[in-house]
Design a protein around this ligand. Structure first.
Ligand code: PEP
Ligand code: MG
Length: 931
């Protein structure tokens, strides 16, 4: 059978956007609903693809089918394409399956030439209108069809307006426009070498080529890359050919664009603009100021009423807020476009709730129409969308949210100023674990180096603080506590604003919008909760995080990284002592000081999460992460040496002064107190002891140095080599839980072991727990029920899932590490060095650290699920890597039968919605099975 490349609006299946494109599907739907749509047809996306496949040649049958369709349009309009008496004019518009506003091109008034323009004048009874249409055609066709810089036409128009003393284009007369047409023709000749072909079918072919070409134009390609529009989502553009109707036919004509509800707030009001006596592009181009749609009610009440009916009809049909274009020709309404409106998150949520109340949508449909990722906007403060000043620098948007504050350069300063009620931005080259206290007191964090997984980024995300990392335009002078951002000098106290979503940085304060966890948002999430199968837990390391997580609806904690607690300023020195000590006594002393502190945290967290599971993960990171770097220690040692020589110089100071002038001694009233005190310090040899301690630390830091720490001495390996640390942690957990149980608190304890690769490791940790368990039971007189589980973040753990499940009650996929392990990529290096290029060249479609690699990592997860459940059918399975808060990964987790996802507290609402959508899609049969 011959391929069908052309569909009349009356024949296309409006659901087939892949074939007809969004615009064509919308026009077909409106036509088939009986709404007033000028007749027309669609040249399909398939024709576009075949055109490119054949080296930019139309499929053989295409123009034959176009002529047949045109004949139909001619019949309906009672005019003919190219007829000098009653010419039919058409528009040619692009339209891919996914709408890409402003990315592709439109040509209007096609079919005009020197003959048809006179026919148009006669037919319309308006010379002015005909020449106005002709000049519009030449400029659009010239710039889009022939690639002439549109600026030539624009400046010719401006010159004409100036010469004729016309304020608006509507002030130009028919003669002026005829003159302008002649000038435009010269522009075409001068730039294209030939005139526009007069044959309308030749014009049409060129226009369709231009539309097709726009699909592969830079603008469009960049847009698809930016918004991750894959070939499965949109493959080629359609070209829509439609009979022209004219909004510029005189005072009873108009053109307008509208939304069926306010897209900024979601309010149920008709929202839009129109222009009298104009064509659609005038609104977009902002040539005249359009009027609010409500005024149309007074000017053309019938048309306005009809528009309201269309509005209602479209919303009920599409079950979605619509973005429409219309034209009024001599008092008659024509619909030119309808598509789903793009709205901000607040408006999307509000309209979901309203449309359920109005019986337009069911709760299921209301949940399905929201985009989980978009809801991130509602969880954080953000830059006012109306603010448009350019930033002074840009880095990586590492943790969303916007913040303003006075710059500080150290975590201690952030803490001090923060505690004093000041708003600060912590600006660092990069951050380290010992800076964490500064995070809690800062509004946001800005670093000169590092990526999305730098320390600053990871910590900021986990506590919900805005962070911009890797801002390469920043040079910091820590000694002077100042920095340069580009050429702007920034001192301590200078106010900055950062946007952790986009990575932009401004000097001064910038207007912001507050987060909107509205009643409507909570209502929609409660509907999602009724629908989802997956539980949603949070990754929360502190009581504060636990509170946040619970507020956002987390059903427990799926990952509590216990090591984060060692980084608090009161604990880090003790933990460092532990690491640095060589004797059993000093280790024990340090551990016994840490135990009550950890226990207190565990208790608070368990209390906040009463009745819900809390998964405590035992120490994971390599120990060197808790110690200063070699460079920092060496810098300290150098300073101590400088101190010594400074004191020597100072003790000689009285002699120096006397040598200059004996009178100076009394003038400066130098009684030598400082000098004497400093000499005492020397006598106590504090500096020597400090230097020795530093040297000892340096020795230890060097001893702990590893070639590849992430694959080295970390996780359960540490627990086995330093069992006293795990013992202390387990004791803290069980004692905290035991004491709460005695107080009548309902606790659900889970202990999770990181980096396990063999069942023997798990058995070993089980041994530690059993030993501690007995001790705690004896001491408190209560038994603490707990579950033992393991992280699955090592490939071997996947392969040994069956064995591990003999001991583990639950598995939690640590997909951050599992992705590194599966690809053998180190995340930091991959993201900083080659991943962007891999993505650009399509070697990898996505960043697998953000979008779960279903084909590799996902396959390992499926095997693990199958083998684990074979051993233990009630094995609890979840995910706690960063993918646990990413909608596509959540869908995958649903498909493969996990029990829960765990993610940052701020992503919990997103995960609740995404989990519900996965369950709904399964019910509807639209889930794609993993390949
Ligand atoms: C993981 O590897 O996915 C994980 C959650 O552990 P971490 O990020 O702490 O290494
Ligand atoms: Mg890990």
């Amino acid at each position: 059978m011959e391929a069908k490349y052309v569909y009349l609006f009356t024949e296309g299946d409006p659901r087939d956007k892949m074939l007809l494109g969004g615009k064509g599907a919308g026009l077909s739907a409106m036509t088939q609903l009986g709404l007033p749509v000028p007749p027309g047809f669609i040249i399909t996306t398939q024709a576009c693809r075949e055109y490119f496949d054949a080296g930019e040649r139309f499929p053989d049958e295409l123009m034959v089918q176009v002529r047949a369709a045109m004949a139909d349009v001619e019949r309906q309009m009672g005019r003919r394409f190219g007829d000098p008496e009653r010419p039919l004019l058409v528009s040619v518009r692009s339209g891919a399956a996914i709408s890409m506003p402003g990315m592709m091109d439109t040509i209007l008034n096609l079919g005009l030439n020197d003959e048809t323009v006179t026919g148009l004048a006669r037919m319309s009874g308006s010379e002015r209108f005909a020449w106005d249409s002709y000049r519009r055609f030449i400029s659009l066709f010239g710039s889009i069809g022939l690639g002439i810089d549109g600026e030539h036409f624009h400046s010719a128009m401006e010159t004409m307006k100036r010469d004729k003393k016309a304020r608006y284009d509507t002030d130009l007369t028919a003669d002026d426009l005829r003159e302008l047409v002649n000038i435009y023709k010269l522009i075409v000749r001068g730039n294209y070498g030939r005139p526009i072909p007069p044959d309308p079918y030749e014009q049409l072919a060129l226009a369709v080529r231009a539309v097709f070409a726009s699909w592969n134009g830079k603008r469009c390609v960049d847009y698809r890359r930016e918004f991750k529009i894959t070939l499965e989502m949109a493959n080629g553009t359609a070209a829509n050919v439609q009979a022209m109707v004219f909004g510029n036919l005189g005072p009873r004509s108009a053109t307008g664009v509208a939304f069926t509800r306010d897209p900024g707030t979601g309010e149920n009001v008709f929202f839009g603009d129109f222009l009298m006596n104009a064509q659609g592009e005038d609104i977009v181009a902002g040539i005249r100021t359009p009027r609010p749609i409500i005024e149309l009610k007074h000017i053309m009440p019938d048309v306005y009423e009809e528009l309201l009916r269309v509005r209602e009809r479209l919303e009920r049909h599409f079950k979605e807020v619509q973005d429409i274009e219309f034209t009024v020709e001599e008092g008659r309404l024509w619909m030119l476009q309808t598509r789903n409106a793009k709205m901000n998150a607040a408006a999307a949520v509000r309209t979901s709730v309203d449309m359920v109340r109005d019986n337009v949508l069911t709760k299921e449909e209301a949940v399905l129409r929201l985009q989980p990722d978009q809801l991130v906007q509602l969880m954080y403060r953000r830059i006012d969308p109306n603010f448009s000043e350019p930033p002074v620098a840009s880095g990586i948007g590492a943790s969303p949210g916007a913040a303003s504050g006075r710059v500080v350069f150290t975590a201690d300063d952030a803490e001090r100023e923060g505690k004093a009620g000041k708003k600060v931005i912590l600006l660092r080259e990069q951050t380290k674990p010992e800076d964490v206290h500064g995070f809690f007191h800062a509004q946001g964090i800005l670093t000169a180096v590092g990526g999305k997984t730098s320390h600053a980024a990871v910590v900021a995300r986990s506590i919900g603080k805005p962070c911009v990392s890797g801002c390469g335009d920043i040079r910091i002078n820590n000694l002077e506590k100042s920095a340069y951002i580009g050429e702007h000098k920034v001192d301590e106290g200078t106010v900055l604003t950062i946007d952790g979503g986009s990575g932009r940085v401004w000097l001064g304060e910038v207007p912001m919008r507050e987060p909107e966890m509205s009643e409507e948002f909570s209502l929609v999430l409660s509907w999602a909760d009724e629908l989802r199968g997956l539980s949603v837990l949070a990754n929360a390391d502190t009581p504060h995080d636990a509170h946040t997580a619970r507020r956002f609806g987390a059903e427990g904690i799926g990952l509590c990284r216990t090591e984060r607690m060692f980084n608090a300023p009161d604990r880090l020195p003790i933990f460092q002592e532990l690491i640095l000590s060589d004797s059993r006594e000093t280790r024990e002393a340090a551990l016994s000081r840490l135990l009550p502190l950890q226990k207190q945290d565990f208790k608070e967290i368990l209390r906040v999460m009463e009745g819900l599971p809390v998964t405590f993960r035992l120490l994971d990171p390599p120990l060197h992460e808790f110690l200063p770097s070699e460079e920092e220690i060496q810098w300290d040692i150098k300073n101590i040496e400088r101190f010594r020589s400074a004191i020597e110089e100072l003790s000689n100071l009285p002699n120096i002064i006397r040598a200059i002038d004996p009178h100076l001694e009394s003038v400066l009233s130098l009684d030598g107190t400082i000098v004497k005190n400093l000499a005492k310090l020397r006598a106590f040899e504090m500096d020597r002891r400090a230097a020795e301690r530093k040297l000892e630390t340096l020795r230890k830091v060097r001893a702990l140095r590893e070639v590849n720490p992430m694959l080295g001495h970390r996780g359960v390996r540490l627990g086995i080599t330093y069992p006293d640390i795990y013992e202390m942690q387990v004791q803290g957990i069980l004692e905290a839980a035991g004491e709460l149980i005695k107080d009548g608190v309902d606790v659900r304890v889970e202990i999770m072991v990181p980096q396990v690769c063999t069942a023997q490791e798990l058995r070993w940790v089980q041994g530690i727990i059993t030993k501690v368990e007995k001790r705690v039971e004896e001491r408190l007189g209560v038994k603490v029920p707990y579950k033992l589980g393991t992280m699955i973040e090592v490939v071997r753990a996947c392969m040994r899932a069956g064995r591990l499940a003999e001991m583990a009650h639950f598995f939690s996929f640590g997909t951050n590490d599992l992705t590194q392990a599966t690809f053998s990529f180190s995340r930091e290096d991959a993201e900083n060095k080659f991943l962007p290029l891999y993505n650009e060249r399509r070697i990898l479609q996505d960043n697998p650290f953000e979008i779960l690699d279903v084909k590799g990592v996902g396959r390992l997860m499926m095997i693990t699920v199958e083998w684990g459940r074979k051993t233990r059918p009630d094995l609890k399975l979840g995910i706690c890597g960063e993918h646990g808060g990413e909608p596509q990964a959540i869908e995958f987790c649903h498909i493969i039968g996990l029990d829960y996802v765990s993610c940052s507290p701020y992503r919990v609402p997103i995960a609740r919605l995404a989990a519900a959508q996965a369950a709904l899609k399964e019910k509807l049969g639209t889930l794609k099975p993993p390949k």
